[in-house]
Design a protein around this ligand. Sequence first.
Ligand SMILES: C[S@@+](CC[C@H](N)C(=O)[O-])C[C@H]1O[C@@H](n2cnc3c(N)ncnc32)[C@H](O)[C@@H]1O
Length: 286
Amino acid sequence: MTYPGGKGSSFRNIISMMPPHHVYIETHVGSGAVLKNKKPAEYSIAIDIDPVPLYALLCGHDPTVIRVNADAVETLRKLEWTGGELVYADPPYVLSARKSQRPIYKHEYTDEQHQELLSTLLDVPALVMVSGYRCELYDDMLSEWRREDFSASTRQGTAIESVWCNFPDTGERHDYRYIGDNYRARERIKRKEQRWVKRLTEMPDIERERLLRNLLGTVSPEQAMTAYADVFGDAPSSSAPTAGGITTDDDAAASPPMTVRAAKTQRAAPTAGDDDTRSSASQSNT
Ligand SMILES: C[S@@+](CC[C@H](N)C(=O)[O-])C[C@H]1O[C@@H](n2cnc3c(N)ncnc32)[C@H](O)[C@@H]1O
């Protein structure tokens, strides 16, 4: 079933914009396409005023997801902010900005509600992303925020969807699996990664060890773990990485599963299901 305004085709673009975070808060969660496809945070809060999509579609989902059946603004105002939160809001689109003005949700938003939501989000002491179609209200109230536009398919054809962010693009992401503006770009990245992994796995062990140490030696252990997992499709063994983020052969004896050497025998995990051809990033106002 397609959910009107659902992020069934564009969740990849949205997830690819998300910066690292520990707590994920999604208001207006609807079918939960973004929440269900992103890498989980330590815990997440899913908010929707309509209990039907919330409970039907998140039923049986991750126990780290707290579901809140209430008004988004009221809930945001009650939350305690401790740092590390990312809020993603996908309210019903402003009616005047839609191709068809016919209401599609049980709970639509008036312009006053949009205004109230945006003023609340402007005050939230966290990273914030908001989806919508460009219109005067959003352009005015979020004029200081970065905006990314991409084309997305709707029942009425293709539309340019925007995401406003209250943070700069630092190049760091919470989840790298969907990077690439569209299907073709994601396929190209996947093929490039497979070529790299093939070359790495075919290299003599000692050369690979040297190359990886040189490549990863300049970054923090956390970054090295992420880079390693991106290449080999799994995290290194649970033992702390040694300098340069690579487990040594000594570590391998203690915890054999994922040394560089063991990784040689592993195939790269396929990039997550990526069969969508419909959305493609087009422009950014940065
Ligand atoms: C654009 S849809 C969200 C689509 C969703 N991102 C998805 O992928 O399916 C808007 C959602 O906002 C919810 N909603 C409407 N008014 C709300 C309010 N005051 N507080 C919280 N959620 C609300 C609707 O029930 C609907 O599920």
